[in-house]
Design a protein around this ligand. Structure first.
Ligand code: SF4
Length: 97
């Protein structure tokens, strides 16, 4: 469809007002070590989650707030993820919806 932005174009147009503290935290990082599927890594379209040196690295600065990781962790993971919106209106700012 002419004139309609692709998903990549929409995501590329996003701006971020990054908080100094992560809004995505873990109740216990040890739960991630025994999490068999680590679905948060698979479902996040912004690739916020990475498994490195036996720990989950969370690049919260890139979060687009879909909440997919929360659902995945609760339904297929070890329930370690504590999900919240960024404080004070910070976080992603969509430009193209
Ligand atoms: S799905 Fe939850 S428990 Fe599993 S690695 Fe991700 S945050 Fe950790």
């Amino acid at each position: 469809m002419a004139g309609r932005a692709s998903t990549a174009e929409r995501l590329g147009s996003d701006a971020f007002d990054t908080d100094s503290a992560s809004h995505l935290t873990l109740s216990d990082p040890a739960l991630c070590r025994t999490c068999e599927k680590k679905p948060c890594i698979q479902v996040c379209p912004a690739e916020v989650y990475h498994w490195e040196s036996e720990r989950l690295r969370i690049s919260y600065e890139s979060c687009i707030e879909t909440g997919a990781c929360r659902v995945a962790c609760q339904s297929m993971g070890n329930h370690a993820l504590i999900w919240a919106y960024p404080a004070g209106g910070k976080g992603v700012q969509y430009r193209l919806g």
